[in-house]
Design a protein around this ligand. Structure first.
Ligand code: FES
Length: 150
């Protein structure tokens, strides 16, 4: 990862304001930000470890462990919650065999929260491997379960 960080900062700069773009690039490249990389990032951008750790843990979108092969995100924001989001979340966890915020033991699927996708009028909504899926109901969950089983 040091090589990746070195190449990235050489190309995009090593100033403090590069932290978020670097974290996004790392997550895009390997899927998560390992805690072991925090000191390397801090040194590269002349930040404290606490600065980097604070940013990684503040934003829900940064994963700190390797994701599942498929990632299902369910919207937990107000409009989707008002449309039955909590029940959908419980059903999804049971159907997919993984608790919210976890990756299933076989690594096949992770279930994660997302906070509003801008599709509030057609919720409850999900993102399946980055693809928006609207009006989630029991049938939609069955289709998602089949999709992520592959
Ligand atoms: S509240 Fe779920 S998409 Fe906006």
């Amino acid at each position: 990862m040091e090589k990746f960080i070195g190449a990235w900062t050489a190309r995009h700069g090593a100033t403090r304001d590069r932290l978020l773009p670097l974290l996004h690039a790392m997550q895009e490249d390997v899927g998560y930000i390992d805690d072991a990389w925090v000191p390397v990032i801090a040194k590269a951008l002349n930040l404290s470890r606490a600065d980097v750790h604070g940013v990684v843990t503040f934003y829900h979108d940064f994963r700190r462990v390797a994701p599942g092969r498929h990632v299902v995100k369910l919207c937990r924001a107000e409009s989707c919650q008002a449309r039955g989001g909590a029940a959908i979340e419980a059903a999804a966890a049971k159907l997919l065999g993984v608790a919210m915020g976890d990756t299933r033991a076989d690594g096949q699927v992770a279930l994660e929260p997302v906070y509003c996708m801008g599709l509030c009028a057609i919720g409850p909504n999900a993102l399946v491997d980055g693809r928006p899926v609207a009006r989630i109901d029991a049938a939609a969950l069955e289709r998602i379960a089949l999709e992520v089983a592959a």
